[in-house]
Design a protein around this ligand. Structure first.
Ligand code: FA5
Length: 340
């Protein structure tokens, strides 16, 4: 074989790919070296040994040329020489995000008692977020729910486009979807309000329960809240209702749960409980669905009644684990997230 030829060929290769091709051409199973070796049968016996040695020397030399050229090309082109035979690296496994985990837990708790998980749009019209909930345009109650509007032309009937500020926008849609009660909905979705402090983020999650049937009373509501509180926060957790006002429920309440740290007493080891300060923690809003809301959803309020609640997911997590800043959930700090 002409030494000048293979030397030139190898040294003018510009990529690792070209070098792999040359490797096959010279050193492969059907390559030139093997061809030379197979010709040994035609060499006179007394010359066989010398012939074999020469071919092996040639093989070692070509190998060396190719390896050296590979290093040069890798450096020049910053191509990394990839050794497929090295064992792979074991990357650490991630875990489910604290909010996704809570969503799964809450969904299971409600599915057990016949509620159906739904998701409604996070970008909706004012109709879904307000009008359908007994909050007509210009009503001052709208100001209580700070809202981000989207800069597109308004819908002629449904109003401006909004980032939904609460999951209550699912109530009207669910009533219209089911048409005939019973309705047992658990609507979990992202919500948006322009807030930023330890207990408020611009994007957060709510879960909304809605139960409508021919004979639903506040007793069913209490029973369901107690069931949820015990299942999610632990045995012995109690609930209490405080009168409140929401435009879409009548009567309306704020729900509190007893603090697990002090057992609802407000004192822990003789001192004021640092988690609740009063024995109770505020969970969110609830009430009996306003007849106007049922009517707007196509349901006859003289034959049906219902209740609804809307709680913050970030908040229930905070209460369950005694956390003090929900902004950490979205900081992307793995040291915080991997604790759960
Ligand atoms: C409502 O949003 C009502 N739609 C709840 C409701 C539904 C009442 C059905 C009656 C019947 P409120 O504005 O209080 O209510 O919000 C409910 C919960 O959402 C709060 O208790 C809080 O936990 C959570 N929340 C509200 N804003 C934020 C925010 N910016 N960041 C994190 N959580 C929030």
């Amino acid at each position: 074989m002409d030494q000048k030829k293979y030397e030139l060929e190898i040294n003018s290769a510009k990529t690792l790919d070209e070098l792999s091709q040359l490797e096959i051409k010279y050193l492969g199973r059907n390559g030139q070296i093997n061809k030379l070796l197979s010709e040994i049968k035609n060499v006179p016996n007394e010359e066989k040994r010398e012939y074999g040695q020469k071919v092996n020397l040639l093989k070692t030399e070509i190998k060396k040329y190719i390896e050296i050229r590979k290093l040069i090309v890798s450096k020049e082109k910053s191509e990394v020489f990839f050794d497929k035979t090295l064992p792979g690296k074991a990357y650490p496994k991630g875990s489910i995000h604290i909010v996704s985990y809570a969503i799964e837990e809450i969904t299971k708790i409600f599915e057990k008692i016949g509620f159906i998980r739904v998701s409604y749009p996070e970008v909706d019209w004012e109709y879904g977020a307000f009008e359908s909930l007994n909050m007509p345009s210009g009503h001052p109650a709208r100001d209580d729910v700070e809202t981000s509007f989207i800069d597109v032309p308004a819908h002629p009937n449904l109003g401006k486009m909004v980032l939904t500020p609460h999951t209550s926008n699912g109530q009207n849609r669910e009533m219209k979807r089911v048409k005939t009660p019973p309705i047992r909905m658990i609507n979990i979705s992202k919500c948006y309000r322009p807030n930023w402090d330890p207990t408020h983020t611009p994007m957060f999650h709510q879960f909304e329960g809605l139960c409508v049937d021919s004979d639903i009373s506040i007793v069913n509501l209490r029973g369901t809240l107690d069931y949820f509180a015990e299942k999610y926060f632990g045995k012995g957790t109690k609930t209490r209702l405080r009168p409140h006002h929401f435009q879409f429920t009548e009567p309306s309440f704020e729900v509190d749960i007893s603090c697990n740290n002090c057992g609802g007493i407000g004192k822990y080891k003789g001192e004021k409980c640092r988690v609740c300060k009063s024995g109770w923690l505020e969970l969110g809003g609830t009430g009996m669905v306003h007849p106007n809301v049922l009517r707007e959803g196509g349901i006859d309020p003289s034959a049906n009644s219902g209740w609804a609640f809307g709680f913050g997911i970030e908040r229930v997590i905070m209460m369950k684990y005694g956390l003090d800043d929900i902004r950490n959930y979205y900081s992307g700090d793995i040291r915080f997230l991997e604790q759960f």
